[in-house]
Design a protein around this ligand. Sequence first.
Ligand code: C5P
Length: 245
Amino acid sequence: RGTIYTAGRPPWYDTAGQQVEPFLIGICGGSASGKTTVATKIIESLNIPWVTLLSMDSFYKVLNEKQHDMAARNEYNFDHPDAFDFELLKTTLQRLKEGRKADVPIYNFVTHSRESRTKLMYGANVIIFEGILTFYDAEVLKMCDMKVFVDTDADVRLARRLHRDISQRGRDLDGVLKQYSTMVKPAYFYYIAPSMVHADIIVPRGGDNEVAIELIVQHVHTQLQLRGFKLREKLAHSYIGQPLP
Ligand code: C5P
């Protein structure tokens, strides 16, 4: 049983004419736990065309003036579920799962706002969706075919976050520590850590855990085969969020 490709573009159909649904991996974990590193390593190791990486950051709500002022003082809670536009997030995931394209907002952490341009994403063989609250919403959980929790030591996460927020996100030391102790850390214990119960796989040490990444990749390959995908061999490298040329 082969798969009929529609001119190299998703959605794909199996020989019975049924559309093959993309395999959705949800990756959850605390801030700076290495979610993106795990996702990137999965993509590299999968070595198949059409893998889309979607981040929850894209779905941060647009702030009003008062909220902007709070964010500038490190007092706006970006770790609370209310900070995310779950409706847009679910519509986008649903569209991608149906093999349709979706316009995804691009988030700017320096200005705490969405950029004017958006990123056009397509459905894919595999979609990886990563974020701090990916296991929070029941409908999102239901959409995920595989749920991975990246469990990295809290000191390591804080050290990485300090480094990243100061060097890349335009923050200062006192501000990062204030936000961490008042909002990031409590949200981890209140929302993120308890959501670990939904995970199929817990990855200790994040991106360093080559064995866990390999196990995930093997499972995805098996699932794709079961779903009737017949991936063309040696067809390019994984491509993040973009169609193959
Ligand atoms: O990449 P990571 O998963 O760490 O991104 C989520 C984190 O980004 C949250 O813990 C939140 O505190 C932080 N954030 C921020 N400023 C924003 C939006 C999110 O510090 N404008």
